[in-house]
Design a protein around this ligand. Structure first.
Ligand SMILES: [Zn+2]
Length: 473
C-alpha cells in the first residue's frame, strides 16, 4: 500500500512538471533588454551600428502578445532564438531617422547620425536581433543583424537612471497586463515641479475623458517622472533662444517651426528605465504652440498657451500627437507646411491606419466602417475648404491674432462640412497625409485632421483601441 501511495505522489509531480511553459517563460526572463545603436546615412544610404546592450527592469509589454500583429511603422524589430531559429518576439516602430531621410537635407546627401534604442523582453539564451525596414512597396527587408548573448559581460547591467521622484497617476494592475504610459517633463526647473504636477494631472484628465481611452481606462497605467532641468523652457533656434534642459527638447526640428523633438535618446532611455513603460509622452514647459509624435518612440507637446482663450489647444496637442506615437496614425491634414518630401511614396498604400491611397476601393482597409452605398472616393466640400485654406496660407502664424483669425475661418469650413451629405460618415475623403490629392482620410473631420476638439474619427479610435488591447492582454 505504501508503495502505491508513493507512486501516486510521483505521478502527480510528473503531471505538474509536464505542464507546458508559456512561450514567454520558455524564452524570456521578466526583465527588459535595451539595444542601443547609431542610425546613420542619407536619403539613399543607411547604416546601423551597435552601441550598447543594457539590462533594465521588469518587462512592461504583454507576456501573451510577443509577435506583432499590428503591422505599423516603417521599421520592424525581429528577435530569433538562435538554438531553434524561431522568431520569439517582434515589434514595429518608427524613428526620427525614418522621418529625417525624407527631408531635403537627406536628399542633398548630407550624412547624419541618430541614436536609437529597441526594447525587448530579456532573452534567456543567445538571441539574434534583426532590424528590418520597409521598401518603397512596404515590404520588409533586413538592414541590421547581430547575435546577443544575454549572459555575457557585454550586457551592461548598471542602474543608469537619475534620482528623480516618480508619480503614480493611475494604477490598474501589473505592467505586463496594462498599457503603461510614462510622462516625462522637459524644461521644468526644480522650482517648477508644482507646475509639472498640475500639467500631468491635466494630461491624465484629457486622456481619460476622450474616446477610446475613456472606455479602456481600466487597461491603462499612467506614471510620471519628475525630471528636473537647469533652465526653464526649451530651445527655440529660430529665435536664438537656448536652454540647458534634461531631455534636450527643441522647437524647429527639421527646421519646421512648431515641430518639437529631442535627439538625446540615450538620456531619455536612461531616465525612463527607472519605471516600466510602453509609451512615452514628454511635456514641454513652454507656452509656445508645438509638439510632435513618432510611433513607438515618444510624443511631445507644449503645456501652456499664449492666449487663455485657446486653452483647448493643450488638449488637442496631447491627443493628436499621442495618436501618432501610440497608434502610428498619420496626419490627415494636408494644408499646413511640413519639411517632408514625398512622405508617402506615390502609388503605394501607406501603413498608417487612417490614410489610404485608395488604389483598390473594393478592398479599402477600413471598409467595415463604411455604410453601404457610400461612394468611394466620398464627396465633400473640398473646393470651399481649400479656398479658405489658401487664405490662411497667406497669414504669418507667428504673428499675434493668427489663431483668432483661424477660428473664424474654421467656423465657416465646419458649417459647410456639416451641411454636406457625408458629414459624420466614414468613407474616403480626398486630402490627407500632407497631400491635397491622391491620399484619402476616413472621415471629413477628425482629431488627426483639424486643429479642433472634434473626436477621433471611428477609424482612428479603433486603431488606438487595438493598440491598447494588444499591450494589455
Ligand atoms: Zn481619423
Amino acid at each position: 500500500m505504501k508503495l502505491s501511495i508513493g507512486m501516486t505522489f510521483i505521478l502527480n509531480v510528473s503531471v505538474i512538471l509536464a505542464q507546458p511553459q508559456s512561450p514567454f517563460e520558455q524564452f524570456f526572463e521578466n526583465k527588459t533588454m535595451r539595444v542601443d545603436y547609431y542610425h546613420t546615412g542619407t536619403a539613399t544610404q543607411e547604416h546601423i551600428s551597435l552601441d550598447q546592450v543594457h539590462e533594465e527592469g521588469v518587462w512592461a509589454g504583454s507576456h501573451q502578445n510577443l509577435i506583432d500583429t499590428l503591422n505599423l511603422g516603417k521599421y520592424l524589430l525581429k528577435v530569433f532564438d538562435v538554438e531553434t531559429n524561431q522568431m520569439i518576439y517582434s515589434r514595429g516602430f518608427a524613428s526620427i531617422y525614418g522621418e529625417w531621410e525624407t527631408t531635403g537635407e537627406a536628399k542633398d546627401e548630407v550624412f547624419r547620425t541618430f541614436h536609437e534604442s529597441v526594447l525587448l523582453p530579456f532573452p534567456k539564451k543567445k538571441a539574434q536581433v534583426v532590424i528590418a525596414k520597409r521598401d518603397k512597396w512596404m515590404h520588409f527587408y533586413d538592414i541590421f543583424t547581430t547575435v546577443i548573448d544575454p549572459n555575457s559581460r557585454f550586457v551592461n547591467r548598471e542602474k543608469r537612471g537619475r534620482d528623480f521622484d516618480e508619480l503614480t497617476l493611475l494604477e490598474n494592475g501589473p505592467p505586463h497586463k496594462k498599457v503603461d504610459f510614462l510622462l516625462l517633463g522637459d524644461g521644468y526647473t526644480k522650482d517648477e515641479l508644482d507646475k509639472f504636477r498640475t500639467d500631468v494631472e491635466r494630461w491624465k484628465e484629457t486622456i481619460l475623458e476622450m474616446s477610446p481611452f475613456k472606455e479602456h481606462a481600466s487597461e491603462l497605467n499612467i506614471l510620471a517622472i519628475e525630471v528636473i532641468s537647469e533652465d526653464s523652457g526649451i530651445d527655440e533656434p529660430r529665435k536664438n533662444l537656448w536652454r540647458n534642459t534634461a531631455l534636450g527638447c527643441s522647437y524647429n526640428s527639421f527646421d519646421s517651426p512648431r515641430y518639437v523633438l529631442t535627439y538625446e535618446n540615450r538620456t531619455i532611455r536612461d531616465i525612463a528605465a527607472a519605471v516600466p513603460y510602453d509609451f512615452i509622452y514628454i511635456l514641454v514647459n513652454s507656452a509656445r504652440y508645438g509638439g510632435g509624435g513618432i510611433y513607438g518612440l515618444y510624443a511631445t507637446g507644449m503645456t501652456g498657451v499664449e492666449n487663455p482663450e485657446f486653452n483647448w489647444h493643450l488638449k488637442y496637442m496631447i491627443t493628436h500627437e499621442f495618436g501618432h506615437s501610440l497608434a502610428g496614425l498619420g496626419d490627415e491634414y494636408y494644408s499646413s507646411s511640413v519639411s517632408y518630401l514625398d512622405f508617402y511614396p506615390e502609388g503605394v498604400e501607406p501603413t498608417a491606419p487612417n490614410v489610404t491611397a485608395l488604389l483598390d476601393p473594393e478592398h479599402l482597409k477600413w471598409k467595415t466602417f463604411v455604410e453601404e452605398n457610400t461612394p468611394l472616393p466620398t464627396p465633400w466640400p473640398k473646393a470651399h475648404y481649400d479656398s479658405l485654406e489658401a487664405v490662411r496660407a497667406t497669414w504669418d502664424r507667428s504673428k499675434p491674432g493668427y489663431y483668432e483669425k483661424w477660428a473664424k475661418l474654421r467656423k465657416q469650413q465646419v458649417e459647410k462640412m456639416q451641411a454636406s451629405e457625408y458629414y459624420g460618415k466614414v468613407g474616403a475623403f480626398e486630402g490627407a497625409g500632407y497631400s491635397a490629392t491622391g491620399l484619402y482620410r476616413p472621415s471629413m473631420d477628425c482629431r488627426m485632421f483639424s486643429l479642433s476638439m472634434v473626436p477621433y474619427c471611428p477609424v482612428c479610435a479603433a486603431a488606438i483601441a487595438r493598440v491598447i488591447e494588444f499591450y494589455s492582454e
